[in-house]
Unconditional design. Structure first.
Length: 371
C-alpha cells in the first residue's frame, strides 16, 4: 500500500515540474492575443484596400486620357534672295542673262530738238558671235528668231523686210494698222510673219514670200489700247487681247481686259476665247507646253505681270514685277527690265534676283530670247 502511494506522489511531482509557471501562462496569453490582433488588423487593411480598389479602378478605366499637347508649327519665313550684280555688257560676245536667256537687241531712244525720237539698234549677229549697230532707225523692228531678218513699217501701206546690212529682202503692200503695240511679229520658228492690218491681220510665209489677208474688223474695234498680237507656241495660232466693252473707255484709266481671242493663222477663223484680265506679253509669254501664259495687268491700282491658266484664264501667281517677261526652256520665268533680271519658279516664287549692268539705262529697251 505504501509503495502505491509513493509511486503516485512521484508521478504528481513529475507533472508539476513539466507545467509552465503562472507568469509564463499570462505571457503566452498576451503573445497569442497580439497575434490575433495583428491578424485582425491585416485582414481589416486588406479588406479596406480591396474596397478602395473596387471604387478607384473603374474611375481610372473610365477617366478620359488627358489631351496631347498641341505643338504649333514654326511660322514659315520667306527669305528673299540677295541681289547680285550682273557683269558689264560688251558688244564682243553674246550677253546671257540668268537662266540661259540671251539679249538679242538693245534699242536706245534719243529725243532730238524737233520733238521726234531717234532710235539706235544694236543687234546680235549670231554667226559672228557679237553685236553690231543696224543701219536703220525705225522705232521697233521685229527681229526674226535667227536674228537674220528684220520687219518694220516702211509707210502707211508698206512692210519692209531687211537683213542686218539694211538690204531690202521683200516689201509687202499692206494697209497696216497703227494702233499701239500693233507691230509685225515673227512666229516662233521664223517661218511666218504676222502683220496687223486695218481690216484684221495678214500672215506672210517666208518660204513662198506670199501672204494672205484675213478680214476681221472686230479685232481692232474691240482691241485694248495696247493691241499687241502674239504667237502661240504651236506656230499656227495667234492671240489678240479684247477689252471689256461693258466698261466705258476713259483717257484717265487703262482699258479693262476681259479675254484674249485666239485665231487660226491658217484660216483666220476664231478658235476660242481665253478669259483673262491682262495682255499676253509677247511670244515668250506662253509656257513651252502651252499650259500657262504671262499677262501684263494694268489697272488704276496695280501694274505687273501675272501667271494665268491658258485655258481657264484663272491666275496662278501673285503679280510679278514688269515690264517684260519670258518663259525659259525649263519652265521657269525670267522677268526683266533695264534695271533688273529676276528668275521665278513656275508658280511665281522669286528664286534669283540680279541687277542689270549700267549700260541698260532708262532710255534703253532690251530684247531677249530664250536662247
Amino acid at each position: 500500500m505504501r509503495d502505491l502511494e509513493e509511486s503516485l506522489r512521484h508521478a504528481v511531482q513529475d507533472l508539476a515540474d513539466e507545467a509552465p509557471h503562472a507568469f509564463d501562462l499570462a505571457g503566452a496569453a498576451r503573445v497569442q492575443g497580439r497575434r490575433i490582433r495583428r491578424r485582425r488588423q491585416v485582414a481589416t487593411g486588406a479588406f479596406a484596400l480591396a474596397l478602395l480598389s473596387m471604387v478607384t479602378v473603374p474611375y481610372v478605366w473610365l477617366r478620359p486620357e488627358p489631351p496631347a499637347p498641341v505643338v504649333q508649327p514654326a511660322p514659315s519665313v520667306t527669305v528673299k534672295p540677295s541681289v547680285r550684280a550682273l557683269p558689264d555688257f560688251t558688244v564682243e560676245a553674246p550677253y546671257r542673262l540668268p537662266g540661259g536667256a540671251i539679249v538679242t537687241m538693245l534699242t536706245t531712244t534719243t529725243r532730238v530738238d524737233d520733238g521726234e525720237d531717234e532710235y539706235t539698234h544694236v543687234a546680235l549677229d549670231r554667226d559672228a558671235g557679237r553685236y553690231r549697230q543696224l543701219p536703220f532707225g525705225q522705232a521697233s523692228p521685229a527681229v526674226s528668231p535667227d536674228g537674220e531678218r528684220f520687219a518694220m513699217k516702211g509707210g502707211p501701206d508698206q512692210i519692209r523686210i531687211l537683213n542686218a546690212d539694211g538690204d531690202v529682202l521683200d516689201e509687202l503692200s499692206i494697209d497696216t494698222f497703227s494702233w499701239g503695240g500693233s507691230d509685225p511679229v515673227w512666229s516662233p520658228d521664223g517661218s511666218r510673219l504676222l502683220v496687223p492690218t486695218s481690216g484684221g491681220f495678214a500672215v506672210y510665209e517666208s518660204g513662198s514670200r506670199k501672204y494672205r489677208e484675213f478680214y476681221k474688223p472686230d479685232i481692232h474695234s474691240l482691241c485694248s489700247e495696247f493691241c499687241s498680237f502674239s504667237w502661240l507656241p504651236n506656230g499656227r495660232e495667234i492671240a489678240v487681247p479684247r477689252r471689256d466693252v461693258s466698261v466705258t473707255r476713259s483717257e484717265a484709266h487703262p482699258d479693262k481686259i476681259e479675254a484674249a481671242i485666239v485665231y487660226s493663222a491658217d484660216t483666220g477663223q476664231r478658235a476660242r476665247s481665253i478669259p483673262m484680265a491682262g495682255v499676253p506679253v509677247g511670244n515668250g509669254a506662253w509656257s513651252p507646253d502651252g499650259g500657262t501664259v504671262l499677262v501684263h495687268e494694268k489697272t488704276d491700282t496695280s501694274d505687273g505681270i501675272r501667271v494665268v491658266d491658258a485655258v481657264s484664264g484663272l491666275p496662278r501667281s501673285e503679280l510679278l514685277a514688269g515690264p517684260d517677261a519670258i518663259y525659259l526652256a525649263d519652265g521657269r520665268i525670267l522677268a526683266f527690265g533695264n534695271r533688273y533680271a529676276r528668275i521665278h519658279a513656275a508658280d511665281g516664287t522669286l528664286l534669283e534676283d540680279y541687277r542689270m549692268p549700267s549700260r541698260f539705262t532708262d532710255d534703253v529697251t532690251v530684247r531677249v530670247a530664250r536662247s
